[in-house]
Design a protein around this ligand. Structure first.
Ligand code: GRF
Length: 207
């Protein structure tokens, strides 16, 4: 932040780099990002703030956490729209209201249309619970165990129209242990996600 910007007021939303986080459920990655932003003083150090949390489900647990941190929450219920394109356009409009520098998918369980992905080109990222390009799609942990993988992990990547295939920004690796179930492996990977996603975002927005 420049001296002029500091003088004008660091909390002036027009001068901040806004992050909008999209969730569908627990939102533990979103919470990790919000806590990292607070603890690592993104606002003062980087001029970065989490401007909003958006969910396609009104009952997403993560929304309560966001509210307790004073972050605006928005629900765009995909069931209220006749088509994927109509939903994506409404979602896009809601996100645009916050003028985001970065849109962060954090357990957002909707496939996004190519129009949406193009609109946020180069400022849309996702975390996927596997070491891409292995195991794109669902049930990643079970598939890694069945293949006999000795290592698993998560990948932060740019989002492109090709599902789970965008350029990789960061990867975190964990061991697969002999007694692992999909659940125990998922838990180990998720702990890793909570460390790596905030770090990847901080790196991206510091560049
Ligand atoms: C995470 O494992 C993430 O990689 C995947 O969905 C899960 C979301 O968990 N895309 P949470 O909602 O952040 O707790």
């Amino acid at each position: 932040m420049t001296g002029l910007e500091a003088w004008l007021g660091k909390d002036n939303p027009k001068l901040m780099k806004n992050i909008v986080i999209l969730i569908s459920g627990a939102g533990s990655n979103m919470a990790a990002i919000v806590l990292a932003a607070e603890q690592r003083q993104w606002s003062d150090r980087l001029g970065v703030r989490v401007a909003a949390v958006v969910s396609n489900r009104a009952d997403a647990d993560g929304l309560e956490f966001a509210k307790t941190r004073g972050i605006p929450v928005v629900v765009v219920d995909h069931k209220s729209f006749a088509s994927r394109e109509a939903f994506d356009l409404a979602l896009q409009d809601e996100i645009d209201r916050f003028e985001p520098t970065l849109v962060v998918l954090a357990g957002f369980m909707r496939i996004l249309s190519s129009g949406f992905v193009r609109h946020f080109h180069n400022r849309l990222i996702n975390i996927h619970p596997s070491l891409l390009p292995a195991f794109a799609g669902l049930n990643t942990h079970q598939r890694a165990i069945e293949m006999g993988c000795q290592f698993a992990g998560a990948t932060v990547h740019h989002v492109t129209p090709d599902l789970d295939h965008g350029p990789i920004l960061a990867q975190g690796v964990v061991p697969v242990l002999p007694m692992d179930t999909a659940e125990s492996l998922a838990e180990r990977v998720l702990t890793q996600e909570h460390l790596m996603y905030p770090q990847a975002i901080e790196r991206l927005l510091s560049a």
